[in-house]
Design a protein around this ligand. Sequence first.
Ligand SMILES: NC(=O)c1ccc[n+]([C@@H]2O[C@H](COP(=O)([O-])OP(=O)(O)OC[C@H]3O[C@@H](n4cnc5c(N)ncnc54)[C@H](OP(=O)(O)O)[C@@H]3O)[C@@H](O)[C@H]2O)c1
Length: 235
Amino acid sequence: MPTRSELFDAYAMPDREATRVRMNFVSSADGAVTLGGRSGALGGGTDRALMQVLRAMADVVLVGAGTVRAEGYGDLRVGADDVAWRRSHGLEDQPALAVVSGGLHVDPDAPVFAEAVRRPVVVTTDAAAGGRGEAFEPVATVLPCGADAVDLGMMLDAFARRGWTQVLCEGGPRLFGALLADDLVDEVCVTIAPRFVGGDAGRIVQGVAEGDRRFALASVVTDDEGFAFLRYTAE
Ligand SMILES: NC(=O)c1ccc[n+]([C@@H]2O[C@H](COP(=O)([O-])OP(=O)(O)OC[C@H]3O[C@@H](n4cnc5c(N)ncnc54)[C@H](OP(=O)(O)O)[C@@H]3O)[C@@H](O)[C@H]2O)c1
């Protein structure tokens, strides 16, 4: 098993000044993004450890509303060792959390808000903010980025103004597709689980037109449960 410190080394960030969007996904070996409707069932011990390490390194964890709804996101707090790592790197104890929801179809009473250790940000449109935005006032900061559609470049600029340059996006597939469509993805971390699940599950990228988007394979880590942890960087 790779140790936590080996994972920190393998996934070290080259430069915290420039905005960097890092995706993290798990997929079965036959390309399924879920098993039984959830991604967690595909993962293993190292995958969970890696997720914590990537969260520890991030300024902000970014997630789409569909993933919040499907995965039941709650408390994303990193543990004491990770807090120590963050303090030693001049970071706040916990990463921020941002949820993208063009239509604000998220429940303000959901655990992702109720259990948050830092006040989350909800990225949406002017149109939705003017409608349901007020309902989030007690639990989150609504960040409109775009009139009728979320402008993800505008969102990243708004994050950078808050000092959030290192963005860890944990999905889902449609948010990944939208970021790819706008050429905003710098790095993709994919855990390949040693499972062939078949069924109807989608892939880790959805909602974007086919294209030959080439990334370089930057590193490969494996564990003794047969998982492969691939890291790709934009060319
Ligand atoms: N294997 C993995 O690592 C992994 C990771 C994450 C998720 N998943 C799975 O993926 C499935 C969810 O897929 P999904 O594609 O629906 O997830 P998603 O991308 O998290 O959610 C889509 C929703 O997020 C909002 N959204 C995403 N991109 C947006 C954009 N560019 N502009 C405005 N709003 C945007 C919209 O919310 P509103 O409808 O509120 O406007 C949209 O309906 C679940 O089954 C989950 O378990 C798997």
